[in-house]
Design a protein around this ligand. Structure first.
Ligand code: BG6
Length: 489
């Protein structure tokens, strides 16, 4: 049941791409599903001067694009009645004071600020929120959601945390990583900790290695300028892949149990994630030489369509050395995982969009059958085929003792209902004050600290043809008897 008090969500960066593609559709759906507060106000804020009616027209177009269909008129009218626009100069304190007075006059006592602006604008906005008294919680709650990228290296992330902490308490800050809002990512915890059959095997005694693949077939989609600064390590590895790694590797969170709040909600989860990141073996010169492969896509074919190479993308320098692919072999130096390699890979313009975690188990100690058996594999399919598959060897029917790998499958669609989108879930969690699915400040800094030598290291960037699985040398990261799992479309 929706028990939320009157709330205003104020979106800085109201005309931005993320707001149009993800935030407005998420808010629309929350209202349609009855999850939003009964008294709810969505205030788009940006520099451009326009009326609320003009902004509503922009929002409507964005929603129709997201839903790929015209909106149902009643639903749209309900949403539009809650949506307004406020032109605001980030450098003008009077604009912030006027916004505060407007919220107070409307009786909206809970404020959720959503910073969907370039990181360079965060400090100014944060400071102005503080100077205008909008960080105070005297009236109700004040929370701030900060979009990724959270910094570009350790120093910038630390500075950003410092700036935020000058104005907000840590419990008011929600750093978003939308991968944690995905149902299938949260299901990793259910799989591990709501069952008893997996956890006894979930360690170095039974697991040979783990593969985490976040493959995308898309290229730059007009984001070349951003990508030139970010590259795959900052865009995907430091955040999304790191969070997946944490969920696979973390210890079961512990209490305290407080009333009906259990450890997963109480933030104990964030302690365990931080421990995993701190246990990652630091990057050494040897790692730079043998444990990482970087690549950049060249022109090729995806789904029978010719696509340009990275260097031909708009806003990309013709001599760019930015990596669009990374494969790494990392080790977690703790009791559970000592000696178990985690192979991580992500890339743009790979043959398919598919995110999968493969837990590959050790082979039996002895081959009793004529053919060597294949290692058991538990595949957690994050997207687009959401589910879990366990593969094991079975005896083929017949007079021989021939073996064949077979699958036990769980498909999310069997539930017959789909969950909220990642952004719906996370915005709702922030309104409920549950920060478990948002990386904490120390966690983000630890992950920048770990990855920093890779950002600064001299690592050759190898070409790969768009539509292939990246540079062939990525195969050399794996040990004898291991191979990258082939992902389906
Ligand atoms: C974003 C990255 O954070 O995640 C994009 O900036 C990437 O480059 C996207 O495409 C992937 O998200 P999803 O939910 O589509 O897998």
């Amino acid at each position: 049941m929706n028990t939320l008090e009157p709330t205003a969500i104020i979106i800085f960066g109201a005309s931005g791409d993320l707001t149009k593609r993800k935030l407005l559709p998420a808010l629309y759906q929350l209202i349609l599903d009855g999850h939003a507060p009964a008294q709810f106000s969505i205030i788009g804020v940006a520099r451009t001067v326009m009326t609320s009616a003009e902004y509503q027209a922009i929002a409507k177009e964005a929603l129709e694009k997201a839903y790929k269909a015209p909106l149902e008129e009643n639903a749209w009218q309900r949403f539009a009645a809650m949506l307004s626009y406020q032109a605001l100069d980030f450098h003008n304190i009077q604009d912030f004071i006027a916004l505060r007075e407007q919220l107070e006059a409307a009786g909206l006592h809970n404020w959720l600020f959503y910073c969907s602006v370039p990181p360079s604008a965060f400090p100014t906005i944060t400071q102005q929120l503080g100077d205008s008294g909008m960080n105070s919680e005297e009236h109700g709650y004040t929370r701030i959601i900060v979009e990724k990228p959270f910094g570009t290296n350790l120093t910038t992330a630390q500075t950003l945390n410092l700036e935020l902490h000058k104005v907000f308490a840590e419990k008011q800050i929600y750093r978003i990583d939308h991968f944690l809002g995905k149902e299938t990512v949260q299901n990793i915890l259910a799989l591990r900790f709501a069952n008893t059959i997996f956890e006894p095997l979930w360690n170095r005694n039974y697991i040979d290695h783990v593969q985490i693949t976040v493959a995308e077939d898309l290229g730059m989609e007009g984001r070349g300028g951003f990508y030139e600064e970010a590259g795959i390590l900052r865009d995907m590895v430091q955040n999304h892949i790191m969070q997946l790694l944490c969920f696979v590797a973390l210890e079961p969170p512990v209490g305290p149990w407080q009333g009906n709040i259990h450890p997963l909600e109480a933030g104990a989860l964030r302690d365990e994630k931080a421990k995993v990141i701190r246990a990652l073996r630091p990057i050494s010169a040897e790692f730079l030489e043998h444990s990482i492969v970087l690549g950049q896509y060249q022109q090729g074919t995806i789904k029978n369509e010719a696509v340009v190479g990275y260097l031909e993308e708009a806003k990309v320098s013709a001599t760019s050395k930015t990596a669009t692919y990374a494969a790494l072999k990392v080790e977690i130096d703790n009791w559970r995982w000592a000696g178990v390699p985690f192979y991580l890979r992500s890339g743009k313009r790979l043959p398919v969009k598919n995110t999968e975690i493969a837990i590959v188990f050790k082979r039996p100690p002895l081959d009793l059958f004529p053919q060597p058996s294949k290692p058991n594999m538990l595949r957690i399919n994050i997207q687009p085929n959401e589910g879990v598959t366990l593969s094991f060897d079975a005896k083929m029917p017949g007079l021989t003792a021939d073996l064949r790998p077979v699958n036990m499958d769980f498909d999310y669609s069997d539930f017959g209902t789909s969950g909220p989108s990642a952004y719906e879930r996370l915005i709702l969690d922030a309104m409920h004050g549950d920060a478990s699915l948002f990386p904490r400040g120390d966690e983000v800094e630890a992950s920048w600290a770990w990855i920093e030598p890779l950002l600064e290291g001299e690592i050759a960037v190898q070409p790969y043809t768009a539509g292939t699985w990246g540079p062939k040398t990525a195969n050399d990261l794996l040990s004898a008897g291991q191979r990258w799992h082939k992902l389906e479309p």
